[in-house]
Design a protein around this ligand. Structure first.
Ligand SMILES: *[C@@H]1O[C@H](CO)[C@@H](O)[C@H](O)[C@H]1NC(C)=O
Ligand SMILES: *[C@@H]1O[C@H](CO)[C@@H](O)[C@H](O)[C@H]1NC(C)=O
Ligand SMILES: *[C@@H]1O[C@H](CO)[C@@H](O)[C@H](O)[C@H]1NC(C)=O
Ligand SMILES: *[C@@H]1O[C@H](CO)[C@@H](O)[C@H](O)[C@H]1NC(C)=O
Ligand SMILES: *[C@@H]1O[C@H](CO)[C@@H](O)[C@H](O)[C@H]1NC(C)=O
Ligand SMILES: *[C@@H]1O[C@H](CO)[C@@H](O)[C@H](O)[C@H]1NC(C)=O
Ligand SMILES: *[C@@H]1O[C@H](CO)[C@@H](O)[C@H](O)[C@H]1NC(C)=O
Ligand SMILES: *[C@@H]1O[C@H](CO)[C@@H](O)[C@H](O)[C@H]1NC(C)=O
Length: 306
């Protein structure tokens, strides 16, 4: 009803004599017209948005009889086309010089879109009649603002001074809205492993765009080969995957071992030790048993020798 109020203010400004009766007519019309689901539109940050106001105009009413304007959630006017002419004095300073009418698409063109511009807008079409302004059409639209994150970039935090492994960070900047997730993706000849990590998220307090990063500590594994690591960002709302440039991990260099796959090492070592021990014990036993045999052989030899 707030929109109705400012609508009424406009009406009374222009035609103070018949506000009362007109007000009631408009009130009813506004209720009848405001049921439709809002139209969705989206725009990229710092680009142009189009807020649609489709109006079939079945009676072929001339522009010079129509008043068309857009309001935001706070009832601030973005643009007004009054009887075919731009009327700037009702436009809020926030929107001045950013808006124009796109005749072809029957839409409002909003330039230099900011994250703050997200939200819902109303478009009103009124007809000026001898009895005052009559609302013909009211359209609700919802604007979603997007910004593409930069290609994720992997940085090696420091070289392998310690023998523990390498530390990697990956970051992607200036996107909106918050991404779904970010992870490292390790590809070897025969396997791929995903390393999920908690995203560090920061928001620019002027543009409201997000910068995200993750880090990973990869241990070395000796004697293994060839791997490539990628950093992957999964964005919203379209769930697009953005890959970093590949970072090759050279043969002989560090090869990360996934935490969960290392469980085989301990049993393997135990089994290996067990086999060694068994082999060792058997050898000792054989030797012990062979001693009499040897002496027998010796005896034999001795006998043979005799
Ligand atoms: C907005 O776009 C203009 C060029 O169209 C560019 O110069 C400016 O840096 C951009 N602003 C931001 C905050 O990205
Ligand atoms: C609508 O009116 C204009 C003149 O105001 C006229 O040129 C046009 O042909 C009309 N269109 C229709 C579909 O009646
Ligand atoms: C953002 O990314 C999408 C999909 O990759 C692309 O179609 C679109 O042109 C990009 N927009 C801008 C402003 O870079
Ligand atoms: C790591 O070492 C390589 C060469 O061995 C060098 O090019 C690179 O700048 C080093 N990086 C850091 C962070 O020290
Ligand atoms: C990697 O980070 C860990 C702490 O997360 C640190 O103990 C280790 O020394 C770092 N390694 C390198 C090579 O910087
Ligand atoms: C990878 O797979 C190929 C055949 O698919 C096999 O010959 C090779 O030994 C495997 N390498 C490793 C490291 O498992
Ligand atoms: C942005 O936030 C930082 C830290 O909170 C603050 O120092 C800076 O003044 C803020 N900038 C603006 C333009 O508000
Ligand atoms: C290393 O892997 C890449 C692709 O994963 C492959 O093209 C290359 O032949 C491999 N090199 C060796 C020495 O296995």
């Amino acid at each position: 009803m707030g929109s109705f109020q400012s609508f009424q203010q406009q009406a009374s400004k222009m035609n103070p004599r018949c506000t009362m009766g007109l007000g009631i007519t408009l009130f009813v019309t506004a209720i009848m017209l405001s049921d439709a689901a809002p139209l969705k539109s989206q725009a990229y940050f710092n680009k142009t948005a189009y807020l649609p106001c489709p109006f079939a105009n079945p009676q072929n009413i001339s522009r010079s009889e129509l008043v068309i304007f857009w309001q935001d959630q706070e009832k601030l006017v973005l643009y007004e086309l009054y009887l075919g002419k731009e009327k700037l004095d009702s436009v809020d300073a926030k929107y001045l010089h950013r808006t124009s009418f796109d005749e072809e698409n029957s839409a409002l063109q909003l330039d230099n879109v900011q994250i703050k511009d997200q939200g819902s807008y109303d478009c009103f079409i009124q007809r000026k009649t001898p009895r005052g302004l009559v609302l013909l059409h009211k359209i609700d639209s919802e604007l979603l603002v997007l910004a593409n994150f930069s290609e994720p970039e992997i940085l090696q935090v420091s070289n392998s001074t310690g023998n523990s492994g390498i530390n990697l960070t990956c970051s992607s900047t200036q996107g909106y809205p918050k991404p779904m997730k970010m992870y490292f993706w390790l590809k070897t000849q025969n396997s791929t492993t995903e390393y999920d990590s908690v995203m560090q998220i920061s928001q620019d307090n002027v543009t409201e765009l997000y910068t995200v990063s993750i880090s990973l500590s990869l241990p070395f594994l000796d004697g293994v080969n060839n791997a490539t690591i990628f950093c992957v960002l999964k964005t919203q709302p379209m769930k697009i995957l953005i890959f970093s440039q590949p970072l090759p991990i050279a043969p002989g260099g560090p090869l990360p071992v996934p935490e969960e796959n290392r469980s085989w090492i301990v049993p393997a070592v135990i089994i290996f030790v067990f086999i060694l021990m068994t082999g060792f014990m058997l050898t000792i036993c054989k030797r012990k048993k062979k001693k009499p045999g040897l002496s027998y052989e010796g005896d034999e030899n001795h006998q043979n020798g005799e």
